[in-house]
Design a protein around this ligand. Structure first.
Ligand code: 3Y8
Ligand code: NAP
Length: 246
């Protein structure tokens, strides 16, 4: 009896949820509860943390989960790490469903950093205008360079004051398109773009826009997560589920 826990929150997770629903799979979709109104999914959905590794392991046992697919974002490193340890503890097979990292192409002006702190260091000292397209969880680190004007794109309007003195806030939920992002960068006279190497299509528009406008992109590399099988398509995940059916 196969029962799947799908750790979601990305375009890939939504694609997989659609196929699981169409095939009548017994699956539950999980959001962290980061946004006010997450997109509805065609599967029974739970919202909120599990309570660390122990909480997730207890959930797996209590709900008789037979497979976990981690389709969270490459930067959701804590969730992915917890999933590895909880699945080991509960002896439940786990795979990750993840899009490949973006690679710089012709005309790209990328500066690679391996952390948010590295991105702050990579920004110039003289004040300029920066598109910070990394959401809201990591803004505090940029307070080390308050001299810049920051264009922020957030999913929900910030409740508390922002940790940066000069900001313009754009409330928008992706996926985004290159024409829209090119116009956005021009409208705000942006000179630098800061991005996480999310991969996939949903967040790539700003990279195409930066290339069009010959702007530098400070590209933050992905955090480390423990070893687990990583699959790259819905078909591969469906085959994995079938192959390792309980
Ligand atoms: C809550 C679920 C789908 C999923 C869509 C993808 C594409 C649009 C692009 C930019 C980059 C960013 C951010 C981004 C994108 C997709 C995907 C993706 C980047 C939602 C969603 C949840 C979140 C959480 C949110 C984070 C933030 C990151 C905004 C839903 C819309 C910047 C990542 O305000 C906050 O606290 C936002 C937090 C985590 C990163 C951060 O650290 O702030 N995603 N994004 C999920 C949950 O609760 O479990 O609300 O519907 C999902 C999507 N966001 O179904 O089609 O697959 O990546 N999300 C980044 O890539 O850098 C925006 O602006 O150019
Ligand atoms: P994170 O830092 O790796 O996780 C922090 C904690 O949030 C986890 O330990 C877990 O809490 C909870 N959590 C995270 N994802 C969850 C999920 N899908 N279901 C249930 N609980 C979850 O996570 P994050 O980077 O904040 O990402 C949160 C959500 O946003 C994820 O769904 C992710 O896919 C989505 N997202 C993130 C980014 C990004 O840039 N980080 C981009 C796009 C989408 P407990 O320890 O209590 O279990």
């Amino acid at each position: 009896m196969t029962r799947i826990l799908l750790l979601g929150g990305t375009t890939e997770a939504s694609q997989l949820a659609k196929t699981l629903a169409e095939t009548g799979a017994d699956a539950v979709f999980s959001y962290a509860g980061r946004t006010a109104k997450p997109v509805n999914q065609p599967l029974p959905t739970r919202i909120g943390g599990f309570g660390g590794v122990e909480g997730l392991a207890a959930y797996l046992r209590a709900k008789s989960i037979t497979h976990v697919v981690d389709a969270t974002h490459p930067f959701a490193a804590q969730m992915s790490t917890n999933a590895v340890h909880a699945c080991e503890a509960a002896d439940v097979p786990l795979c990750a469903f993840e899009r490949p990292a973006w690679q710089a192409g012709e005309g790209d002006r990328w500066v690679h950093t391996d952390s948010i702190e590295g991105a702050v260091i990579a920004l110039p000292d003289s004040s300029t205008r920066v598109f910070l397209a990394i959401g809201k969880q990591n803004l505090a680190q940029f307070a080390a360079k308050p001299q810049h004007h920051y264009l922020l794109r957030l999913v929900d309007a910030p409740e508390a004051d922002l940790p940066l003195p000069h900001t313009t806030v754009e409330i928008a939920r992706g996926p985004f398109d290159a024409a829209g992002d090119t116009a956005l960068l021009q409208r705000h006279a942006i000179t630098h773009v800061v991005a996480k190497n999310a991969g996939g299509a949903g967040a790539a528009a700003k990279l195409a826009a930066a290339r069009t406008l010959a702007l530098p992109v400070i590209m933050i590399g992905r955090p480390e997560v423990p070893q687990r099988p990583v699959l790259g398509s819905v078909a591969e995940v469906m085959a994995w589920l079938l192959h390792s059916a309980a």
